[in-house]
Structures are given as structure tokens and as C-alpha cells.
Ligand binder design. Structure first.
Ligand code: 9MR
Length: 358
């Protein structure tokens, strides 16, 4: 199958420049945003159409972040929704926005078991292998030189424990699809950093062990892998010592470490859609302070456990309580981000920023 790319570069770019910094004072200026306070890239996951149509959100994005990830616009169900065609319109618009504002663009995600076009389900194994190879080759080539790194494979491990996830790719191609994906991406853009990305690995040590075993075996087969992504959809009850140990173990691989999807929830859940507990029904100032301390600790753990040359950065996955995916997905109230409903900086914002300093 050959793809016909539908290009639409920059048509959504109606944005203005970011708000200028405040007038100079005699004192040393406060860092304007997280991007100025951090020794490594700070990212935000965005929906480009929303950012371009919401001035307040756009200002936050350009003030705070030095790296962008598309929440959904680079997923297979967006780019390859119609069989035989590729639609890069929203992805191109996001890449252009990042370039205009001097931000790194990160690609999420080439291969994921979820958010797939429907027609994938019926493909026999060999057809799927050809499709996957052509898809990765065409997409990575399209963005060559403009996307700094990719989540090449996302969530290949089971939700819990260290086993492989029973995805359509695994079911038809076995673990070989992982090596195929990395090798194809490397050929298409030899300079892009290539990541394996997963969730729960900061609290489920069996899952982390499975991930590290997989990384070892891929590297033994000379599969080109540059980094490990930790989603870090964290819960306030998580043990920060465990978080620290998991990062230490991952950093010992010498690979880049990306905290690719950070948020921090008060409630708990079972990792399934609709599986939230909703035990915490309201947030108090004291809880927000605890959350701020935890954000500070997490930023500090990253700085302390990951050597500077392996620090690919920390990316917030939704950064306002107004827009967080957590509420809809787990069907519960929560306040897991660093900006509140009115898009004001929360105590957690300042906690995280403290954790970036000294
Ligand atoms: O936040 C994303 C949500 O808007 C989408 O509906 C969903 C399905 O495409 O994906 C969410 O993002 C997920 C990310 O791609 C991978 N890790 C978990 C994220 C939250 O579910």
C-alpha cells in the first residue's frame, strides 16, 4: 500500500507572539516560566486547535514550555484514519507552532495498541508488517529534522507486571514488531532520538524489571533505542522512595530518560477507563500544599537520579485542571496539574519550580 500524504502546512497558524516579559527592574528577573527555570527541556502536551483558539492557553504554552508533544494529533488514528492516506494537517500545524516559538517538538506515538484506525483489526500478519513499516517510514521521513525524538513504541507491556501486552501487533507479529519499529524509524531519520514509553513503571517494580529486560534484549540485538519514557501518571499515595529507585535503575542503562506524561492525582484508580475511586471529593489549601511538595520532590528526584546528559526533560500531560484527561477517563473529580480551573498557577506549579532549582 502507498500513502498519499495530505499536506496542510501551517494553515492553522493564526497565532500571535507570546506576551512580552514584564518591564525590567533593578533586581535579577524572576524566570518568566518553567522553561527558564529548568536545566533541561520542560514540555507540555497540547491540542493545537485548542491552543490556537484560546489566547490564555497559548500564553501559558509559550511562556512555560520549551518542548511540545501532541496529545493526540500524531497518533495513528489521526494521521492514518483513512486507509491508504496520511493526513498531517494538525501535526504539521503543531510542528510549525513549536518551531515558531523555539520549542523542541516530540513525537507521540508511532506504535500504540490504542487509538488505532479501525481497518488495522482485519489485516493479516504480513499485511500488517508491511503497513507498519510503510507507516513509520513515511511519517518519520515526513518530519525528518523537525521532530527531535519519538515514542516509537508506547505501552508494549501489560498494564501490571512485566509481561508483554496482548496488542494487535504482538498477537500477529510477536515481539519482532518492536525491533522492526525502531529500525525503520532510525533509517527514516538517523538523528531522531528513539524512545520506548510506558506507564506504572515508577510504582510497579515487576513492570520496570520487565521493561529493563526488554530494553536489554533489544540492545543485545542492536536495535537502535536511545531512551526510556516514564509516563508518571502518579498518585499522591505513591512511595517516592520507590520512584527514586526506579529512576536510578533506569538511568543505569545510560539511556536518555524522559518523564513523558506527568500529572499527580489525589484519588486512586485501577488503570481502567471509568475505574476511579472518587474518594477525594474536594481539594483544600492543605492538600494543594502537599501536592506542591510532591511536585517539588519529583522534580528533585529527576535531577538527582538522572545524570545531566541523560536528562531528556519532563513533560506535563495536560497542564490545567480544567482540561485534564484524568477526570474524563477515570470518571472522577481530581486536580492533578499545575494550573487550576481558571488557568492560574497552583501551589504545585511553584513546588515543581522549586524542585528545578538549587
Ligand atoms: O490524553 C489523551 C486523551 O485525550 C486521548 O483520548 C487518549 C486516547 O488517544 O490518549 C490520552 O493520552 C494517553 C497517551 O497517549 C498515552 N499514555 C496515556 C495517556 C492518557 O490516557
Amino acid at each position: 500500500m502507498r500513502f498519499l500524504p495530505l499536506l496542510c502546512i501551517g494553515t492553522l497558524l493564526t497565532c500571535n507572539s507570546p506576551t512580552p516579559d514584564t518591564a525590567p527592574t533593578t533586581e535579577a528577573p524572576e524566570p518568566a516560566g518553567l522553561r527558564d527555570a529548568a536545566p533541561f527541556p520542560i514540555g507540555g502536551a497540547i491540542n493545537i486547535r485548542q491552543v490556537l483558539s484560546d489566547e490564555q492557553l497559548r500564553d501559558i504554552t509559550t511562556t512555560e514550555f520549551s518542548s511540545l508533544t501532541s496529545t493526540n494529533d500524531m497518533k495513528m488514528y489521526r494521521i492514518a484514519d483513512t486507509e491508504g492516506e496520511l493526513d498531517f494537517a494538525r501535526a504539521d500545524s503543531t510542528v510549525a507552532f513549536a518551531a515558531e516559538h523555539g520549542m523542541r517538538m516530540f513525537g507521540h506515538a508511532l506504535v500504540w495498541h490504542y487509538a488505532l484506525p479501525d481497518y488495522i483489526a482485519d489485516m493479516p500478519a504480513e499485511e500488517l508488517r508491511i503497513f507498519l513499516t510503510e507507516y513509520i517510514d513515511t511519517v518519520v521521513t515526513h518530519f525528518r529534522g523537525r521532530i527531535d525524538g519519538w515514542d516509537v513504541v508506547n505501552e508494549v507491556l501489560d498494564t501490571k507486571g512485566g509481561g508483554m501486552r496482548d496488542s494487535p501487533f504482538y498477537e500477529k507479529l510477536g515481539t519482532d514488531y518492536i525491533g522492526l519499529a525502531f529500525r525503520t524509524a532510525r533509517r527514516a531519520d538517523p538523528d531522531a532520538k528513539l524512545f520506548i514509553n510506558d506507564f506504572g513503571t515508577e510504582r510497579d517494580t515487576a513492570k520496570l524489571s520487565g521493561l529493563l529486560r526488554l530494553v536489554d534484549s533489544l540492545r543485545a540485538e542492536e536495535v537502535p533505542i536511545d531512551g526510556i519514557g516514564f509516563q508518571w501518571h502518579q498518585q499522591m499515595r505513591d512511595d517516592t522512595n520507590t520512584v527514586r529507585q526506579t529512576l536510578r535503575r533506569a538511568a543505569a542503562t545510560g539511556l536518555l530518560i524522559h518523564i513523558s506524561e506527568l500529572d499527580l492525582i489525589f484519588n486512586t484508580h485501577n488503570d481502567e477507563a471509568g475505574g476511579g475511586t472518587d474518594d477525594v471529593q474536594a481539594v483544600t489549601p492543605a492538600m494543594l500544599e502537599e501536592q506542591a511538595e510532591r511536585f517539588e520532590t519529583l522534580a528533585r528526584i529527576y535531577r538527582e537520579e538522572v545524570p545531566a546528559d541523560q536528562q531528556y526533560g519532563i513533560t506535563f500531560w495536560d497542564f490545567t485542571d480544567r482540561d485534564t484527561w484524568i477526570r474524563g477517563f477515570f470518571d472522577m473529580g481530581d486536580w492533578p496539574t499545575v494550573f487550576d480551573e481558571e488557568l492560574a498557577r497552583k501551589p504545585g506549579y511553584y513546588g515543581f519550580r522549586r524542585g528545578l532549582g538549587e
